[in-house]
Design a protein around this ligand. Structure first.
Ligand code: GUN
Length: 295
């Protein structure tokens, strides 16, 4: 029996994208600026190709310029660094996203650190990570930014909540912790070495699951009435040669206890690109010292 409210990430992302499209149109007419996003894709990873195609489509739909750079898997690192330097210098480009994972011979850290922090719409550059940590204006990683919007769609004030993040990646877990601290949550980051994970998760008013392991978080770990945000997108066999997507949370069981829960697919996934578009808009305004409307 499902009792939880299902958080409709698809609808919330669509609403955010149409707000951004309106803001882009108004920026164009008031200042003549059209924000531009450059995406760099190296190699043939099929999932990355799907992401990049969706990003380009939604960027154009929001009225922004989209620049795509598809490079072969054996492209030397120095060529990628030179491309990033050219994009840094290109005034039409407000946001630069280098799709991860990169082929093994390329040092992702070096590539990320070459991106101009003012154009770092992934929020992965150490300057943006540092700014977020000390509460300064920053470009914030898109997935945790999307999770925050979804949590606030259920409870606009998160003050005083016990938030437990499962997963400590630089892309999701750590920036998520900073965002929730800034919302005055009491934040715990749990990970693969955490002792007694069910008990830790069971204390949470807000659970952010970002471990990348299918249905690892069991339904009866969830505190009754908690908000559950599931970042996981795991493809698992579904019998007779088919496959399906599941999250990091055992959804059906968790939905009998949670107050609200994100589905997979249709929860956090659609928010990531919407937040990328928001970051691109913010970068376009920030680089020109224009004030972006509040979001
Ligand atoms: N690969 C999967 N998700 C992401 C993302 O948010 N940003 C980048 N750059 N690569 C990814």
């Amino acid at each position: 029996m499902t009792t939880a409210r299902i958080i409709d990430g698809k609808a919330i992302a669509e609403a955010l994208r149409s707000d951004i499209a309106r803001a882009v149109a108004s920026l164009k007419s008031s200042s003549g600026v059209t924000p531009g996003l450059a995406v760099v894709l190296v190699g043939e990873d099929p999932a990355s190709h799907v992401y990049v195609r969706n990003k380009a489509k939604q960027t154009a739909e929001a009225g922004m310029l989209s620049f795509e750079h598809r490079l072969p898997a054996d492209t030397p690192e120095k060529d990628i660094l030179a491309l990033v330097a050219r994009l840094n210098a290109d005034d039409r480009v407000d946001g630069i996203l280098v799709q991860l994972p990169l082929p093994k011979h390329i040092d992702a850290k070096k590539v990320i650190e070459t991106i101009d922090p003012a154009k770092d719409v992934d929020g992965f550059h150490p300057v943006n990570a540092g700014r977020l940590a000390i509460g300064e204006q920053a470009l914030v990683p898109c997935t945790p930014a999307g999770c925050l919007i979804l949590a606030k769609s259920v409870s606009p004030k998160l003050t005083g909540m016990d938030a437990v993040i499962v997963g400590r990646s630089n892309i999701v877990g750590k920036p998520m912790a900073q965002l929730l601290l800034a919302e005055d949550c009491t934040v715990t980051i749990a990970h693969s070495r955490t002792r007694n994970l069910p008990e830790v998760v069971g204390r949470a008013d807000l659970v952010i699951a970002a471990v990348g392991r299918p249905e690892m978080i069991e339904g009866d770990w969830i505190k009754p009435g908690a908000i559950v945000i599931d970042v996981g997108i795991n493809r698992v066999p579904a019998g007779s040669g088919k496959s399906k997507l599941v999250g990091d949370v055992s959804y059906a069981a968790a939905a009998t206890r949670a107050a609200a829960i994100t589905p997979v697919p249709g929860g956090v996934g659609p928010m990531t690109i919407a937040c990328l578009l928001r970051n691109t808009f913010q970068a376009a305004c920030g680089r020109r010292h224009l004030t972006a409307p509040p979001s």
